[in-house]
Design a protein. Sequence first.
Length: 656
Amino acid sequence: MIPHVIWDSDIVRTVHIEAKPDHLLRLARLRDPVGAVAEMIWNALDAEAHNISVELELNDLNCIESVSITDDGHGMAHASCPSYFSGLGGSWKTSAKVSPELKRGLHGRSGQGRLRAFALGEQVRWVTVAQAIDGGIERTAISGALDHPADFDISEPEHVEAPSGTRIEASAPADFVTRLAQDDTAQQLASTFAPFLAANPDVSITYQGKLLDPATVWTAKAEYPMPWPEVGPETRPVLRIVEWPKDVGRVLALCDAGGVVLDEISPGIQAPGYHFTAYLLWDGFVERRGDLPMAEMDEIGGLLEAAREQLRAHFRERDRERRARLIQEWKREEVYPYDGEPIEPTQAVERHMFDEVATTIARRLPASQQSRKTTLRLLKEIISHDPSGLYPVLDELFRLPQSEQEELKRLLQRTSLSDVVRATGQVADRLDFIAALKKLVFEPDISRTVKERRELHKILERETWVFGDTYTLMVSDQSLNVVLERHLKALGREPENGASTPVLREDGRQGIVDLMLGRAHRGSSGREHLVVELKAPKVKIGLDEVGQIKSYAQAVANDPQFYDANVSWDFWVVSTQMDDIVRRDATAPNRPPGCIAEWDGGVRIWARTWSEIIDDCERRLHFYRERLNHDPATEHALEYLRRVHGEAMPHVSESA
């Protein structure tokens, strides 16, 4: 190693760089002292150093007074110093590609690295010991100042008996140099030199007396051979991924096979929560190093994209492992809000969404075990009942940073898990409701007590999907006048003369319609209206019930206010049974099953039994029922009625 020396030679030669000072200062990148230290270390490695030491001299206030980097490389011969310090570009390393004796890959190529030393201090001096042309050992000092960045003073050589090497001393540091004293600087440098140190175990780099050993700092490391058809398996590129405990700045470093970094590009992937450096090692980069800044558009662009895809796959697997560990930890702590394994696919979808979301926000959960348990249970309840409202609740609770907001939004939008949970939950609810409806209308002990208006009607006005998936409720328990209003509104029409005339049945009475549903014809301007007259399950559809529904149909068909060529009307009377006379009409061969009359103007009248309607529903739900493996038990059906229709639910015992 080069000792710290006091230079007393007055004989110097000044060399000058032909460039504007402001251009040189831009090349110095004064705001990046960590990068400057890395550049000085690379220069030492290019000079075949085995031992490199970085030292910061601190004053009583723990502020940096000076920075020194010492190496035991082959140094700089005095005869070469003028060309090294007066040129800009045209470095000998560009053509050499490897070092002269150890054949190391060379990092430097642009002939600008020495200017980076000004990022360490306003006064910089190199003291270098190297073999002279005559075979002896000589020492040379070179100094420069930030206020004259184009000028360097080179001393006359002094013959010495000392090992070769170079020491760089920078004093009068600027404010940015304080970054060198931060705790994570050594780790950042370790990430930069990790592949080189792994490939060259005989090289030692110390920072403030501590050895840079990436293996003691990284949290995980993986390597993947990259398939690249241009080369044989023995020279195949290798992607090395190193994960760190703290942020060191993400890069995809393009290196030779020995780990020398030739260029750095963006990794171009999303991996929230991970700090990593990726190294793509391949000797093919050496011959292309002049084109590496444009590598994305070069013939090796495919290799870079393959490396990025492997990065994505790596972090997908790492994320899966991390989430699984968290869930096992929550189970051990007994804060996980689910017991056992999901039995039905619906439960599996819901739990999958919970696991994804909960492990995404895991770092934001309360430290207290009890509070964590409460928060996870709240999260479960939101996902179970209102997954669409999940994001605003989480944002309000945790004030998530931007990166986690984006990750959470991505999760909730990806194949729309929330829609899957909502849809599967809706199908399960519908299957439960059909099971409950069967009990209400078919089981004798229950059906004879079910009230049409206060119970069955109130329940069905919230379950209109039973009559068809695309129908929406327009009228419930309202007069024919209201039916007209809703009809005109759906068509975007106003009553003639500003007001409609009353709609009356043939006997002059106002009719009260149980339910009126409507739907638009897909891809056209046509509409369908469905009027449903519900009867208590104990009431059999006979001529009186048919007469009532026909009187509603007659009122609509005879009133010109309803007329529209693009609108069809269906009128249903619904109960559990119908008498023989009505059944004859409902099974007439010239009409669809259930249709008892067809009139001009697109009006049809139907007598429907609950068994027919429920069969239609079960056919529509059969596909989903098979895949969800959901066979609702009595308790599921009754629990659904209590949860959704509590006020209108008839008294039904569990054993019924």
